[in-house]
Design a binder for this molecule. Structure first.
Ligand SMILES: [Zn+2]
Length: 374
């Protein structure tokens, strides 16, 4: 509870966040905006986990100017999102996507055990595979798009694009030029499945993203990180495929495991910027403008400095409150602006909320819809 309350105080003290009327719940819900247009939802996981002292606390606010001054004033902000599951990135992201605390081995190439949000969405609403996409940071996420759950599973999930895998396929022969973008994992044990092929990735590039190998390689040389590459791919997907359900998993912040505080801070600042850029893209794309709800939430936090079992910002091993208690913001179609909610919710509440918003039934999800968003 304490972390949530403190986060609210941090937000209220941040310059430019005008929340007073919304705190009373006075602002009307914007429902049915351009109802004729198909509702779209984009989920960004604010990847890898960042702590309050590097983000929302006064000493961290300089790292997230875009969230604080551009996005949060337009958002409903939930100060206390607790992840009660396993604090590994793949398993935690799978849990976010199924609405069940998954227990699969974080370092294995396994599908989630329970149906994913993509399967509920596509099956219940009879949507084609082009309407649900995941942009994922590492080869270890290649199975995130669909479970093996009987009556869901194969053929009903999201299409998954792995920008690093695309780049690896495109850069064959010159991969050394792209090493800073190809590093797959910041944690030990290093697990990187060797994905087969290359042909499929090049087809994705050319047929779906409408990018030539040369153009893609040239662009990759201009980006600074894997997440920036992911955002580039996400924007191409929005332009070419316009999926109604788009899930973007960021991961740069997890470089904290390497122990370099400055790289961790750089990654937070970059993630902050990329979230705002994605929201700008939403406003400039006719398929998305006015009918899109954006969710931004971390998969989990990182260890507190004072926890003797941890190493502060570097890892997420202790399971302490700082590593489990995160936040979520939602903005855009159907969402109250400038509202802050402190009541505790869980990571697994996301999928039931998306179901209530988009009209599908995540029947096996264990979380609860967030009433302020539906
Ligand atoms: Zn990590």
């Amino acid at each position: 509870m304490q972390l949530g309350r403190t986060r609210r105080d941090f937000l209220r003290s941040a310059a430019g966040v005008a929340l007073s009327t919304a705190l009373m719940g006075a602002s009307p819900l914007v429902r049915g905006v351009r109802a004729a247009k198909k509702r779209k939802v984009i989920v960004i996981t604010f990847g890898g986990g960042a702590r309050d002292q590097e983000t929302f606390a006064p000493q961290g606010q300089e790292n997230i100017p875009h969230l604080l001054h551009e996005l949060i004033p337009q958002s409903s902000f939930f100060t206390q999102v607790v992840n009660q599951g396993i604090l590994g990135h793949y398993v935690a992201t799978a849990s976010l996507a199924t609405g069940v605390y998954e227990t699969l081995n974080n370092f294995s190439s396994l599908p989630p055990e329970h149906p994913t949000v993509f399967e509920y969405f596509r099956k219940d609403l009879n949507r084609p595979s082009s309407d649900a996409w995941v942009v994922a940071p590492s080869n270890g996420f290649n199975r995130i798009g669909e479970s093996e759950y009987r009556s869901y599973g194969q053929g009903l999930g999201a299409r998954v694009v792995l920008p690093k895998h695309l780049l690896n396929a495109a850069a064959s022969g010159s991969a050394a030029d792209y090493q800073h973008l190809l590093r797959d994992n910041y944690e030990n044990p290093l697990y990187t499945p060797q994905l087969a092929g290359g042909e499929f990735e090049l087809q994705q590039l050319q047929m779906i993203l409408k990018l030539s190998v040369d153009d893609f390689k040239a662009h990759a040389l201009t980006v600074s990180s894997p997440d920036e590459l992911s955002m580039y791919i996400a924007r191409r997907l929005m332009q070419q495929e316009s999926p109604s359900l788009l899930w973007i998993t960021m991961h740069d912040i997890d470089i904290a495991h390497a122990g370099a505080y400055s790289l961790y801070i750089d990654a937070i600042q970059r993630t902050d910027r990329l979230c705002a850029e994605l929201w700008k893209t939403v406003q400039s794309e006719p398929e998305y403008e006015g009918n899109t709800t954006l969710f931004i939430l971390p998969d989990f936090g990182r260890d507190a400095d004072e926890d003797s079992g941890g190493n502060g910002f570097q890892h997420h091993r202790t399971g302490d409150a700082a590593s489990r208690t995160t936040w979520m913001m939602a903005l855009g179609a159907g969402v109250r602006e400038g509202a802050i909610y402190d009541h505790p919710m869980q990571s697994i509440d996301l999928v039931p909320t998306l179901g209530a918003m988009m009209g599908f039934s995540p029947s096996l999800a264990q979380g609860r819809p967030i009433k302020e968003l539906i």
